[in-house]
Ligand binder design. Structure first.
Ligand code: SF4
Length: 461
């Protein structure tokens, strides 16, 4: 049965998003756009009339994954064609932006390639790709956000009581290893009024925790309702005024954009959670300079000290790359020293992966793979020690959790502490629901969860 023979509203879309929170947000917005075209989301690829792979380009492995996944989707497409059903394949996201037509050359079953700045055009692009294959990786003049439908209440509820909200896109930093400035373009900040409207719709639909996101979110500089430029701290203060918004977070930040006011917001804004994701990548000044991070380890540690002075119970997480070209044993030791100095609650760590078109990709002195592996394992062991110690220090303490979903076992609910730790609680006592923020006593710990006992069945806010 061809598309055009199908009734509007019968169609199903399967969307798989790889990589960062921004891609998760974009995937949800694509679903919102397509809902207006009669597509309902499905989690079963084999029943989808439309399959969208929303891709990540940050590491080689990520790109390889896309091509092997496309091979599987192609088989499903061929099998469905055998039953007289059509299946459209779309590649979206950062690999789409970086590779464009190359994707269709390597995988002829792909009908449409659409970049992260153009997915608001999906209805028109799908229409066109019914006649011939299409690639749209432009950086359009129009701001896609102006064309995206408001979040739908039912779909928002189905997605849960926490939500990502893109406020800024792109990056002007050009770190030597990173593709983002090339795949997401220059920094762009959304106007405050539009962000507030979207946040209000999310809160009205039951969202209690908002994470505002951007590739370089603390460089946010959007136009305020007063016509002035608003920095991130001011936007956060405005979002905190929205009824129903109990918790705020922001990610991903660059150390150089942690200004005094944003640090003070961690002291002054009760809704702002005491958790800061602040990538540093390396602890070696030599490597930081080669990465074009434009700060040294001392500067990073000074920011950490300032944030901890503002909010003593704050926890930090970070990103690290090991094996950057030219990294010596001494450089790596400097990274381990910085990790010991900060003791992060959580860390994302990766081996350096040369990305086409980035300055470091052609750098001499590439570090041998076995050395990268050895360093990564050593780093991961150290940060895991710190993470477990951070969690263990919670046992015997009281905190509040936002109940987010069903727990591991019947009668259990799971929620998050202000420090993003998962807590399993027995909710069979009744009276507490997903979306409540409840006081709990932490009574135990496992590798990836804490166990809590709800003090009394009453929501905090
Ligand atoms: S600041 Fe982040 S997003 Fe921007 S270039 Fe550097 S690593 Fe990439």
């Amino acid at each position: 049965m061809r598309d055009q023979d199908m009734d509007h509203g019968d169609r199903k879309v399967f969307i798989k998003s790889y990589g960062c929170q921004m891609n998760v947000y974009d995937g949800q917005r694509m679903a919102d756009v397509l809902a207006g075209q009669g597509y309902a989301e499905t989690t079963r690829q084999e029943e989808a009339d439309l399959v969208i792979l929303n891709t990540c380009h940050i590491r080689e492995k990520a790109v390889d994954k896309v091509y092997s996944e496309l091979g599987r989707v192609r088989e499903i497409k061929d099998a469905r064609a055998g039953e007289g059903k059509s299946t459209r394949i779309v590649v979206a996201g950062c690999v789409a932006q970086a590779e464009g037509a190359e994707i269709q050359r390597r995988q002829t079953a792909v009908d449409l390639v659409v970049g992260p700045q153009s997915y608001h055009r999906l209805p028109e692009l799908l229409e066109r790709s019914a006649r011939r294959r299409v690639v749209d990786t432009e950086f359009p003049v129009e701001d896609k956000f102006g064309f995206l439908p408001a979040p739908d209440r039912a779909r928002t509820l189905a997605r849960g009581v926490t939500a990502f909200l893109t406020v800024q896109e792109g990056c002007d930093k050009f770190c030597a290893f990173c593709v983002v400035p090339y795949t997401r373009g220059a920094e762009m900040s959304r106007p405050v009024a539009r962000i507030v409207a979207e946040a209000e719709a999310l809160a009205a639909a039951g969202v209690r925790e908002l994470t505002v996101i951007g590739q370089n979110v603390n460089a946010y500089h959007g136009e305020g309702p007063d016509g002035r430029v608003w920095p991130l701290w001011r936007l956060l203060a405005r979002l905190a005024e929205i009824p129903g918004v109990a918790r705020l977070r922001y990610t991903t930040s660059h150390p150089n954009d942690m200004d005094r006011e944003l640090i003070a917001a961690h002291r002054d804004l009760p809704q702002l959670m005491p958790y800061l994701h602040l990538p540093v990548q390396s602890g070696s000044d030599r490597v930081l300079a080669a990465m074009n991070r434009r700060h040294d380890a001392r500067a990073y540690l000074d920011i950490v000290a300032a944030v901890k002075a503002a909010r003593p119970d704050i926890a930090l997480s970070s990103d690290f790359i090991v094996g950057f070209p030219g990294e010596t044993d001494a450089d790596f030791e400097a990274t381990m020293d910085l990790i010991d100095a900060v003791r992060f609650a959580s860390v994302y760590s990766f081996k350096y992966s040369p990305r086409p078109g980035t300055p470091a990709a052609d750098a001499a002195a590439q570090v041998p793979e076995p050395v990268k592996t050895e360093r990564l394992l050593a780093l991961q062991a150290r940060v895991e020690e710190h993470r477990q110690a951070f969690n263990a220090a919670m046992v015997g303490r009281r905190t509040e959790i936002l109940l987010e979903r069903k727990g591991r076992h019947d009668g259990q609910l799971a929620g998050k502490t202000p420090w993003l730790q998962t807590v399993q609680v027995d909710a069979s006592a009744g009276g507490c629901r997903i979306g409540d923020i409840v006081p709990v006593d932490i009574v135990g710990q496992s590798t990836n969860s804490l166990f809590g006992r709800i003090d009394s069945v009453k929501a905090v806010a």
